[in-house]
Ligand binder design. Structure first.
Ligand code: AMP
Length: 415
């Protein structure tokens, strides 16, 4: 079923959203992006004459009631965003009466799902090495099903709009879907957009396709790099992983960040790119610093000839040009991970050059997807958020999707 086709009139919809918003010490929301992200779905259901039961997690209370993670703190903000009063259920597993009393156009927000260990479905208070662990896990899986069944019992249909947790097989993100038939479960608008964005990158590709992978380590990106190797025309590998490649090729990298156990892997990636005809772009020069601070002394040097006591912290001018050239003219662009320590203004030029080149290519008709917390922070820092095609809201979920993994939250609905 799709959200546009479903007839919500007179129906109760239970909607999994990601309202895991950051709060300050006074319990005030410091960034409401996630609430705004879910509004199109929530407003649509209300406008169509449905009643809403909204559920989410907040923080990591680890299966216990922890006041600082109470969703009660965001009731007023959700109400203001929806333009409707919001009732609150203090216990998400004991909300049957409140749910039953809901009328069309009314809204009920459930307390933090993760106050119950059943939400994540992992046994608590028992070590993985403990011989009783497997039994405890089995018991927890059974009670997870019961918990999901209880949540499902509140509503006529289930909508999943929480892309940020779509890579988790939790009670509210996946297991609950078993208690609705295919005609009564669907993705929300945010999820639909995210799934479409991944599809544009993995299946519906317009060429040339340039992927830019940065960040600190090659080890955390290897699954994605390998999956993309069969799809991209240009692959820019930048950021901290530059120096693992430089060292693998026999370079001197001073104090630069390096994964010494991944040197073989780096050589293998270079060989794979060659064999597959992928234009692999690595940073040939860098900004080297004598300290990991914004005020450090800097010099430009080749990425494979960094003096002792110095470390590569950003892409150099020659590399920035090479990155821009590989992005220019691209029709599909994926960016994950910065090209340097962009949090320090003096080491942000490489990431800025990438952001600018992506914005320009997008102006010229490319589809650009930016995902993963740090690259999103980059485009925001450089004020280019509205000059790219799509900024993903899901960190881990997006990365797993790009690796080619099936997301349980999506599979539970689409099969
Ligand atoms: P990741 O979480 O792996 O995507 O890495 C993001 C982090 O990588 C950011 O906080 C950057 O500051 C950091 N980073 C990027 N380039 C470098 C570098 N050359 N040396 C150390 N850290 C870096």
């Amino acid at each position: 079923m799709t959200i546009n086709d479903y007839k919500f009139a007179g129906k109760k919809a239970i909607v999994r959203v990601d309202f895991n918003v950051p709060l300050n010490e006074n319990g005030q929301i410091t960034d409401d992006t996630r609430i705004r992200g879910a509004l199109p779905t929530l407003k649509h259901i209300l406008e169509e004459g449905g009643a809403l039961i909204i559920m989410s997690h907040m923080g990591k209370p680890k299966g216990k009631v922890v006041a600082k993670y109470s969703l009660k703190q965001i009731v007023d903000a959700v109400s203001a965003a929806l333009g409707a009063p919001v009732q609150f259920a203090e216990d998400c597993a004991k909300a049957a009466e409140q749910a039953a009393a809901l009328k069309a156009g009314e809204v009920l927000l459930l307390e933090n799902l993760r106050y119950y260990p059943e939400e994540e479905g992992k046994p608590v208070g028992i070590d993985k090495e403990d011989p009783a662990y497997e039994e405890a896990k089995k018991a927890m899986k059974a009670s997870q099903k019961e918990f999901a069944k209880t949540l499902a019992s509140y509503a006529d249909c289930y909508v999943n709009d929480a892309f940020g947790t779509a890579h988790r097989k939790h009670a509210s993100t996946a297991v609950i879907a078993d208690y609705f038939d295919a005609d009564n479960k669907m993705l929300g608008y945010l999820m639909e957009k995210e799934v479409q964005a991944v599809d544009n990158i993995l299946s519906n590709i317009k060429r040339p396709f340039t992927a830019i992978m940065g960040g600190s380590k090659v080890s955390t990106k290897i699954g994605i790099i390998e999956n993309l190797m069969d799809k991209v025309d240009n692959l820019i590998l930048c950021g901290g992983m530059t120096y693992t490649f430089a060292k693998a090729n026999g370079g001197e990298i001073g104090n630069s960040i390096c994964e010494n156990d991944k040197l073989e892997l780096a050589l293998d990636i270079i060989a794979q790119a060659k064999a597959k005809g992928v234009n692999l772009v690595l940073a040939t020069d860098c900004v080297a610093a004598d300290d990991f601070s914004n005020d450090a002394n800097t010099q430009i040097c080749p990425s494979n000839a960094i003096p002792e006591g110095w470390e590569g912290v950003d892409a150099g001018p020659e590399s920035r040009k090479a990155f821009a050239a590989a992005i220019e003219g691209a029709k599909t662009i994926l960016w994950n991970g910065p090209a340097g320590v962009f949090e320090f203004d003096n080491f942000a030029a490489g990431s800025k050059a990438i952001a600018e080149a992506i914005a320009k290519a997008t102006d010229e008709g490319a589809y650009s997807l930016i995902g993963g917390g740090d690259s999103v922070a980059c485009v925001n820092k450089f004020g280019m958020a509205d000059r790219v095609s799509y900024i993903s809201t899901g960190g881990g979920a997006l990365l797993e999707a790009i690796e080619g993994k099936v997301l349980p939250g999506v599979a539970a609905i689409k099969g």
